[in-house]
Design a protein around this ligand. Structure first.
Ligand code: 3PY
Ligand code: MG
Length: 268
């Protein structure tokens, strides 16, 4: 059997990783994304439709599809962060982290003592990793990543403090909320030049502090821009958008063929 690779090892070795993003409560969809070749799939329990039970089943299917398992928790839900790493999430993304204290509390919730106060019982995670309890305990703190989302003016103001949290592995930028916060609610501009400039500065600071930097991207161009800025974990490809685009394209093709055939426009 080939040696198991962990997301943390890849990212810490400097390798960029692109993750698909899943909002649907449909466990087979993340498995399909994994089998399509995404190196990781992120389950969004902040804005998505899936709950803890669906996440448990889905993470097993992502593993079956050969990808890494990432989950985003709802704001401030560190208890859920602990439950999700117990169920096999290799990385937790925590939204709206705006202070050093919030970053510390989040990061400590998924690290075992002496780093944090994660509570013991990783039966499912160890099983998915193919590890014994002893192996899991030995490696969990370095193989389980905590990424604090930077997506408000408050977070930018507290960035140096957040980056000084030793228990925290890195940050993950949310450019939509960031643009909303920076414009005081007047503009949603995740892809704008002003937002990109701030994102570049965040990556620079994160790298200088020795932390991992990730970012939510809405296009392939944004993924490439993020890599150039020094980001390593980029999201790209949301399941709901994939389905919407694919359905529209398929329907358009059928309609175009019907029109080219000279018949009346098909009523599909
Ligand atoms: C943001 O851009 O604010 C995000 O949280 C991405 O989902
Ligand atoms: Mg956000």
């Amino acid at each position: 059997m080939s040696e198991k690779s962990f997301l943390a090892e890849k990212l810490c070795s400097g390798k960029p990783v692109v993750t698909a993003w899943s909002l649907l409560s449909a466990p087979l969809v993340p498995e399909l994304l994994a089998r399509a070749g995404y190196e990781a799939v992120t389950l969004d329990l902040q804005h998505g439709m899936l709950d803890f039970e669906a996440a448990v089943e889905t993470m097993a299917l992502i593993a079956l599809g050969g990808a890494h398992r990432i989950a985003r928790i709802p704001v401030g839900d560190n208890a859920l962060a602990g439950r999700l790493v117990d169920m096999g999430a290799e990385c937790i993304i925590a939204p709206m982290i705006n202070s050093k204290r919030e970053a510390e509390e989040f990061a400590r919730s998924i690290k075992y003592p002496p780093v944090g106060e994660r509570s013991w019982s990783p039966f499912r995670a160890a099983m998915l990793n193919g590890q014994t309890s002893d192996q899991y305990l030995k490696n969990a703190n370095s193989q389980t990543l905590s990424l604090a989302m930077i997506e408000t003016q408050d977070a930018i103001d507290a960035l140096d403090d957040i980056l000084s949290v030793s228990e925290l592995d890195g940050i993950f930028v949310g450019p939509s909320d960031l643009s909303l916060s920076l414009s005081q609610g007047s503009a949603l501009d995740p892809n704008g030049a002003g937002t990109a400039e701030v994102c570049a500065r965040i990556a620079e600071k994160a790298r200088a502090a020795g932390k991992l930097a990730g970012i939510f991207c809405l296009s392939g161009e944004k993924v490439e821009e993020a890599v150039q800025q020094g980001y390593q974990l980029m999201s790209h490809g949301i399941d709901t958008i994939f389905l919407d685009h694919a359905a529209r394209a398929a329907l358009k093709e059928v309609e175009q063929l019907a029109q080219a055939g000279g018949g009346p426009k098909a009523g599909y």
